[in-house]
Design a protein around this ligand. Structure first.
Ligand SMILES: [Zn+2]
Length: 338
């Protein structure tokens, strides 16, 4: 992929775009992922009260804003059994109530992770997006010891190792950890119970922080126990300030109702960093969702529609403009501990 003549549909873009939907089309991408959405929906239904459409109260607890601790919030919508709110003080979007820690452990231990499967199906794009993240880290440090939290089958660690990093992974899913262990040191544990004697030069979390209820505690753990002084923390997380989610709101797959407990935007991730002794060195957005938004604005299914978009939304907003304004679907962030 990436060679040969470019199709007109994507408009002008670099051959190394990480935007899979822009390249192959939203319909093709999401049809391939459909099995995962269906499985997830089926699994989640056991936790939802069919009568109220909300998660069963025995699994839930209410909480203040996970970033600024304010209890002032505004309900956005209910989706997949969960109630999403926006903090009245810092704009953080979060589930409230959310699953208790115990219920979450129970939820994940029974859920057969399909991430490795998805990465395997989308190898080319996974490689590009992981490479982009690695390049962002490399701007501030070339090599050293790196820890991947939620390393899955070790796809990112493979790239890091090739680039000269000494690699360690943490993964709760035993089957995925086994795969990663062929090439890397891997611990099957939660980061909060990880016992290692060393500290790392960099820690990465790919699409993980949005699943963790207490972001403050997580960043504190990194800076106090796991990172060397001025160590780097790389995060890829969904962007609740993205154009796609602001336009489509509850119709966006970003909101699942159980797993995505905390949805940061550029401002709230920066606040979380600052409050926990980190400086923001790099913050950019990736994945435009232009085809998805174009479908939605054309009264089609956002994910399975086939609206003609020419790489722009309403012939106005292109990929470059969108990312310049940090309106992409996900954020890649590099933080440095003070
Ligand atoms: Zn807040």
């Amino acid at each position: 992929m990436g060679s040969g003549k470019k199709k007109r549909a994507g408009g002008k873009k670099s051959a190394l775009t990480v935007d899979m939907a822009l390249t192959i089309g939203a319909k093709k991408l999401h049809t391939a992922r459909q099995f995962m959405y269906e499985e997830g929906k089926k699994y989640n239904s056991q936790f939802i009260d069919a009568k109220t459409g909300l998660c069963k109260p025995q699994f839930l607890e209410t909480r203040p804003c996970p970033v600024c601790a304010s209890s002032k919030s505004r309900e956005l919508f209910i989706k997949g059994g969960g109630r999403y709110v926006a903090c009245g003080k810092c704009t953080m979007v979060y589930l409230n109530p959310a699953f208790t820690d115990k219920a979450l452990v129970n939820f994940y231990s029974g859920n057969l992770a399909t991430q490795a499967q998805v990465v395997a199906n989308e190898t080319d794009f996974s490689r590009r997006i992981y490479s982009k993240g690695l390049a962002a880290i490399t701007k501030f440090r070339r090599t050293g010891e790196i820890l991947d939290v939620g390393c899955s089958s070790g796809f990112f660690l493979d790239l890091a190792k090739e680039a000269g990093w000494k690699t360690v992974g943490v993964e709760l899913n035993k089957a995925e950890a086994e795969m990663a262990r062929k090439k890397h040191e891997v611990h099957v544990t939660s980061i909060f119970s990880l016992e290692v004697k060393k500290r790392f030069d960099a820690i990465v979390m790919w699409d993980v922080l949005e699943h963790i209820k207490n972001g403050n505690k997580t960043l504190q753990l990194f800076s106090k126990k796991l990172l060397r002084k001025r160590g780097l923390l790389f995060l890829q997380i969904p962007n609740s300030g993205s154009l796609a989610t602001r336009v489509m709101q509850e119709k966006s797959k970003m909101f699942d109702g159980i797993e995505h407990v905390n949805l940061y935007n550029p401002s709230t991730i920066s606040l979380l960093a600052k409050n926990n002794g980190f400086d923001v060195l790099h913050l950019e957005t990736v994945i435009s969702e232009i085809p998805v938004i174009a479908n939605y604005l054309n009264y089609q299914d956002p994910y399975l529609g086939e609206a003609v978009h020419g790489g722009k939304i309403l012939d106005i907003i292109d990929e470059k403009t969108l990312h310049k304004k940090k309106l992409g679907y996900k954020m890649q962030v590099v933080l440095r501990s003070r």
